[in-house]
Design a protein around this ligand. Sequence first.
Ligand code: SAH
Length: 346
Amino acid sequence: MNLREILYKPELTKEEIVYLLSLTDEEDINKLYERADEVRKEYCGDEVHLRGLIDFSNYCEQNCLYCGLRLDNKNLSRYRMTPDEIIETAKHIINSGIFTIVLQSGEDSYYDTDVIAYIIYSIKQIADVAITLCLGERGFNEYQTWKIAGADRYLLKHETANPKLYSIYHLHQQLNERLAHIRYLKKIGYQVGSGNIIGLPMQTIEDIADDILLCKELDLDMAAFGPFIPSPYTPYRNKKAASVDLTLKTMAVARIVLKAVHIPATTALATIDENGRIKGLKAGANVVMPDFTPSPYREKYEIYANRRCVGDDPRSCRSCLQLQIESIGRKISTSRGDSLKMKIDS
Ligand code: SAH
């Protein structure tokens, strides 16, 4: 196959995606990153969107084999933030000049439909910021109520596009069910984010190619490709973390295939590589999600060990990121950073 030709093709086949993900020559890999950076510039410009994250509860009713929040992890000290604490934290995010608030938690039905709606509505009264929910699988009626309360976006990763592996990692749950939720969220007007975990046990390069193609089929507004990091007290605690290179290659190929989509340089990538954020932003990413969860909660949202920046003061986070982002000739966006597809549609 001819690398240059493939990098400039308007559509890629699964075989071509696998070929790109399998590149080993450093010069070739750099060509892939450069092409991804070019596509990123064409579709997203030089602005980097910041999404302020609030991990408001680490209780979880699920038992995903890779995740430190899993129900059976009795070694994790659990916390729940009150609605007031969550709204206060949202104010800090807004005051730092960030226009998207991500409310993330384990699957925790302690927060019922009304409490979540109250939190969304209260934040929307403060400023015209975008609200992204990342609460796992909830009821279809709940998604509707929260949309009416003012939620704009929903993140629900498909985790893996391989149905057999999906059922293994999630103890017999079905990929189809997950996809039904993602499609429903899109149908009722959410901007939807999904994505995978790279380097999970038993996963192949072909599976990752399918992940990228599934993101294309779902016509997502945001797609996240994060590396697997083993988490203590989980069945996968002794498994190997994903490689930085494979993660960057996946992000770059995803950019080339998906084009007008938001792609984050994930905290997980920053955790396995000191310069992960910058490397990600240079390989197709245009979003960073700084963590504003206050202490003593932030260190307890332990989906995996030693999360990057977990010991930092969230108030200094924006200036630190600004330095990094400007050092590569990019700038922090002053807009909400809504779906890139909305611009095309309107
Ligand atoms: N309960 C929510 C949020 C979960 S945390 C939900 O189910 O959507 C957000 C993401 O962390 C998950 O979607 C998963 O992709 C990721 N994650 C969990 N454990 C991980 C690990 N060990 N390594 C890397 N990413 C992990």
